[in-house]
Write a protein that binds this ligand. Sequence first.
Ligand SMILES: Cc1cc2nc3c(=O)[nH]c(=O)nc-3n(C[C@H](O)[C@H](O)[C@H](O)COP(=O)(O)OP(=O)(O)OC[C@H]3O[C@@H](n4cnc5c(N)ncnc54)[C@H](O)[C@@H]3O)c2cc1C
Length: 419
Amino acid sequence: MTSTLTDAPIFDPDQWQLTEQQAHLGQLARELGQSRFADRAVKYDREASFPTENFKDLHESGLLGICIPADLGGHGADLKTYMLTASEIGRYCGATALTFNMHVSSCLWTGPLADDLSLEADVRAELESGRKRHYQRIIEDGAVYAQPFSEGGAAAAGKVAFGTTATRTDGGWLINGKKIFASLSGHANFYGALCTELKDSNDTPSRRNTMYVAVPANAEGVRVEGEWDPLGMRGTVSRTLIFDNVFVDKEALLMPRGVYFSAAKEWPHMFMTLTPSYMGIAQAAYDFTVSYLRGEMPGTPPVKRRMYPTKQLAVAQMRIMLEQTKSLWFQSITEARTSPDKESLIRAWTAQYTVMENANEIAQLAIRTCGGQAMLRSLHLERLYRDSRCGALMLPWTAELCMDMIGKAALYEQGESDE
Ligand SMILES: Cc1cc2nc3c(=O)[nH]c(=O)nc-3n(C[C@H](O)[C@H](O)[C@H](O)COP(=O)(O)OP(=O)(O)OC[C@H]3O[C@@H](n4cnc5c(N)ncnc54)[C@H](O)[C@@H]3O)c2cc1C
């Protein structure tokens, strides 16, 4: 692809001291986003349709395998590199960045994050042979993985065992259950579902027995149902997924049994992977405002509005919020590692809260500041505003739950209670 970039990177490689790989992948994502995803985003949003063409581009550019190790054909990107790259996609199409996240998470959990866990040699060997099969499908066939965790109860918040069950049977398991808000439903090739393994139908569900399974979309008993006509992030097509006695064998395991439970405990920063889409939206809303007030927004008359002091103050407010958001997020993804200490974890929740809430705040300031003509559907600001509202609702680290966890962690040390 010949470079036609005009947008500056969200994180300038020199100023933010990015690695060569981070700069390169960021540029690749920006190039795709600016030249292809930005225009297509209008249709996906209007129709609430899945960004199939974008996923084809992500495969062809190699980004579908961003977190797959280089010796297996991917880019071998770590969590931070992925987050920076995905934020560039989020600027142009939030729904593509969010669904890309669901796909990449299947590689992050099984790849860089699992590599950091201390596992018995036989478990490690099982992990490696299993993931090779999944990675090969992604690299060679462009297979797309979804990440349906949510069930409408407390499981996706990490409080109770998943209600979706995998009951042992001859040669494998029978999966039964319902996943709500399953982004990519009807469009993924595999559903990377979390479920609770049961020895038999009398077994008591336990979070320790969480299994992470790639259910083939075309397996018998897999069904997509319900409408999808939401406020924002419409291209994610997050409909309801039903597993009705779906048989899977051990080839479907994305991680050996028990490993997901350890990974989720030891790698909490993984739950920040929903933020890059919204980091990108925050940047896009700010960029829109600057361009519009300078009279440079394509498709609008070249009327300047930048000379009014109230507009200047609003842009200053937006810029301050954007810089605060970027800095905190960058620090948090830089220090992400296994078993972070309390300070680092509080910072991660704070960064999550800040990105999700500030993206929407910056978008609403953009609408108020740019004014009536800027919120017409012919421009993309109103979509940024609607998409940005969804971030704070996303489990397990919703804005409310982040506040809850930050307050508790700040006031109580391990083991303390007032009972
Ligand atoms: C655009 C979009 C795409 C999505 N894609 C996916 C996907 O691909 N895969 C997936 O698994 N999920 C996905 N989700 C689902 C998302 O993470 C939520 O599970 C979903 O929005 C349902 O949330 P809810 O607010 O109805 O949850 P509820 O379970 O009703 O929770 C309501 C609120 O109560 C609070 N709450 C919940 N539990 C607790 C608790 N134990 N203690 C204190 N407060 C609590 C939380 O703040 C929560 O927001 C997506 C959501 C959106 C908006």
